[in-house]
Design a protein around this ligand. Structure first.
Ligand code: HEM
Length: 331
């Protein structure tokens, strides 16, 4: 094939590549169209933190669950419709993702200040950064300019989001698919420095790790007893426990806990038991500044994930403005 024939393919490939890696996003995207956007988001997140401290962690988790499934496009925020099974009821999200009302409040405040200007996808990115900054973690500049998706897929979420049973090798491979390194993955897992998880997510490791009928041997005995009490066999699996010893503070306690066998989730503890990730856990447990730097970098990379699909700015983060039929008519 001559070079001339290949040229259109090459152009499409390059175009896709720039979209997928978030080339069109930039800091201060709303500085002219909605100069108050970032301060409004921060103000609403402060309110949420005061009203319910855990809610900011729950909002921050949305960035992970949004960006991994077809890019950061606020697909995770869409409610199901008769024609669309969205992500809210997927395996990892059902009875687990929460604090969607905080995003609704932010959107409402932004719509008052600058109607149909700031995307829900960008709200998730700004609010996640604010969750970290407001709980004592680093503060960084976010890139903005995302569009909101016109659809969502429960199946895609089921296919992609990792289970708390996952081990380090699986997680390394999964994150690699999203251009995230081993260091990025370990640092991003440090998001579990804030927030809580359900007994549902740890029952297997307390009573039947890998089908052994026994607890995970990596669990430090007194911590295991504490979890046994919180999550007894046959008990309510919606009861929640702290993901680290300081669940309202974004710090490196999470990594210190992993070193002492006090990781809540199997997917957390495996980062210390596995040789491939242990050195990063040790490093972050000893050097909080290094953890903060790596975390920021990981969050920016996570925020760069884009699907390249058509999008819009939603009026309401839970529903699309344009019906799929309108989109078809455009072609
Ligand atoms: C490395 C793979 C990961 C796995 C397997 C994982 C899994 C989980 C699970 C099972 C829970 C508890 C859910 C429940 O029991 O209802 C949880 C909570 C949480 N996750 Fe992850 N997660 C991972 C990475 C991340 C990343 C990258 C972020 C953010 C950047 C994140 C943020 C959070 C937060 C903040 C919570 C607490 C939420 C709350 O209190 O409502 N996680 N995660």
């Amino acid at each position: 094939m001559s070079l001339l024939l290949l040229l259109p393919h090459l152009i499409i490939y390059l175009l896709l590549l720039t979209v997928v890696t978030g080339e069109f996003l930039r800091p201060r995207f709303y500085s002219d169209s909605c100069p108050e956007a970032e301060s409004i988001v921060r103000r609403e997140m402060k309110k949420a933190l005061i009203k319910e401290p855990r809610s900011v962690a729950s909002v921050m988790r949305l960035q992970f669950h949004d960006c991994f499934v077809n890019g950061c496009d606020a697909s995770v925020l869409l409610d199901d419709t008769p024609n669309m099974l969205g992500e809210k009821l997927s395996l990892s999200n059902i009875n687990s993702l929460r604090s969607f009302e905080v995003v609704d409040d932010i959107k409402e405040a932004l719509e008052k200040a600058c109607p149909v200007t700031v995307s829900c996808a960008d709200i998730v990115i700004m609010a996640s950064r604010d969750a970290v900054a407001l709980t004592g973690g680093p503060d960084w500049e976010v890139k903005l300019g995302r569009k909101d998706s016109l659809t969502a897929s429960q199946q895609d979420s089921d296919d992609i989001m990792p289970s708390p049973r996952a081990n380090a090798t699986f997680l390394i491979d999964l994150f690699k698919r999203f251009h995230l390194s081993v260091k990025d993955m370990v640092a991003l897992s440090g998001s579990h420095s804030i927030g809580q998880g359900r007994c549902f997510s740890v029952m297997f490791r307390l009573y039947n790790q890998s089908g052994s009928g026994k607890p995970d041997p990596a669990l430090e005995p007194s911590y295991r007893r504490k979890l046994d009490k919180l999550c007894p066999l046959g008990g309510d699996e919606n009861v929640t426990g702290d993901l680290d010893a300081t669940p309202r503070l974004f710090d490196n306690q999470y990594f210190k806990d992993l070193v002492s066998g006090r990781g809540f989730l199997n997917s957390d503890q495996t980062l210390y038991t596995s040789r491939e990730t242990r050195e990063y856990v040790k490093m972050f447990s000893e050097d909080e500044a290094e953890f903060f730097r790596a975390f920021e970098e990981g969050m920016v990379k996570l925020g760069d994930l884009q699907s390249g699909r058509d999008g819009e700015i939603r009026f309401n983060c839970r529903v699309v403005n344009r019906k799929p039929i309108d989109v078809l008519r455009e072609f």
